[in-house]
Ligand binder design. Sequence first.
Ligand SMILES: Nc1ncnc2c1ncn2[C@@H]1O[C@H](COP(=O)(O)OP(=O)(O)O)[C@@H](O)[C@H]1O
Ligand SMILES: [Mg+2]
Length: 501
Amino acid sequence: MLACVRSAAVFGIDAAQVNVEVDVSYGLPGFTMVGLPDPSVRESRDRIRSAIRNSGFEFPLHRITVNLAPADVRKAGSSFDLPIALGILAASGIVRRRDVDDVLVLGELSLDGAIQAARGVLPIAAAARRRRFRGLLLPLANSREAAVVGDLEFYPVQSLTEAVGALNDPKPVALCGDSHEESTEVVHGDFADVRGQLSARRALEIAAAGGHNVLLAGPPGSGKTMMARRTAGILPPLTFDEALEVTAIHSVAGLLPAGTGLLRARPFRAPHHTLSDVALAGGGSIPRPGEISLAHHGVLFLDEMPEFSRQALEVLRQPLEDGLVRIARAQRTAVFPARFVLIGAMNPCPCGYLGDPRRACRCTPPQVDRYAGRLSGPLRDRMDLTVDVTALPPHDLTSTTGGESTASIRARVETARSRQQARAEVTGVSVNARLPPRALRRVCDLDRKGERLLRQASERLGLTARAFDRVLRVARTIADLEASPQVAVDHIAEALQFRGT
Ligand SMILES: Nc1ncnc2c1ncn2[C@@H]1O[C@H](COP(=O)(O)OP(=O)(O)O)[C@@H](O)[C@H]1O
Ligand SMILES: [Mg+2]
């Protein structure tokens, strides 16, 4: 008896349909799987046998052959347990349909027949809708995530028995995908908590407004981490499409907490400098997203940036240029989006106290040079803004009042971003940081004084063409924050101030 159940495999943040064909025929009892399954699929054999028995069904003592097709789609993970088990039960007549072609099925089984949460449910639900399936049979724990995709009938189940019931006697469940919205101030902390640090706050506001990368240089305890985290909160709220992408990435990475619907807060990722380049950029035999993709549409904070290995910093370069990362595998290349605001932090010297009034620096000048040199070249070239942060004296920490709140900074950022969005038709990009040189000139209407200042500075400082463009991009953002169509001399002057050495 032949039965067929439809499922899907995730690759990158997309899902491809996989047909689970099950044949149960007379012969010596056996259970084989074909279709290039990953070792984890082979392991599922034992789980499936136990789950079927422990759910009170009979496990057929015949020859069972399972084929996962097409063969060239790489299958991993355990979410084929449920479709295979249902296929076996369909071939032996317990599920009363031989060909389940209108409902996509996924879920991992435990030995007792319970169904566990799966990775990548959002991309699979999206694929189900794209391929015009009527419904989705899925683990109950993933239902909020799946419900983000509309126009599908949902069959959330907790056990194999329930899954059999859902196919024999379908009763779709209406799901509500909207998770409660937590305000970004709660998630990331509020900028009002940050005292002083006007220059760093300003740089971070500009960075958020124009999508620029920032380097914060300052001693330990000066608030770099604190301010970086809050920068995610001053970015405008995610649009629905952005939220879909962010949620899909976290879903594929297996980092979506159970019961989560759409992720609404901008991501903030702060990987440690000892992290491997694979964990940073993504990888694995079945490619999984790395930190740079988990930071997509949000903030990637690299604390103690010079301590990252050369290899790790190297893998950052291309994504910083392209906004995505490609992971090549034998059959296909996975593409993960990776567009983020990069905030790098470094100490002014290896001991951290160079120029700090609180404590004397113990480093020799060559040590200081070597430390700064580790961030040289191409990567520094991609930092649009550089700020020296000094620690607030203890007295100021208690006496100065906090600064402007996240909500009020965000309002300005949103205005600046909508101005950039309005120009997108001309420029082809949505933020100034990504303006290609040609488009940059077209949207920077410099006043005469501005023109002169920029030319003088460029000669005096020996700016490269790249550095020149960087100043101009930042100046464009500063003008946008003031809702000024023209880029004026003040904007250029401020942008020059944030130029790194
Ligand atoms: N400007 C500031 N305003 C308020 N608190 C601050 C400020 N700077 C530092 N702090 C306090 O010091 C702690 C350490 O700051 P942190 O952001 O970790 O510094 P860094 O990352 O530069 O080492 C913060 O959690 C905060 O409590
Ligand atoms: Mg820190």
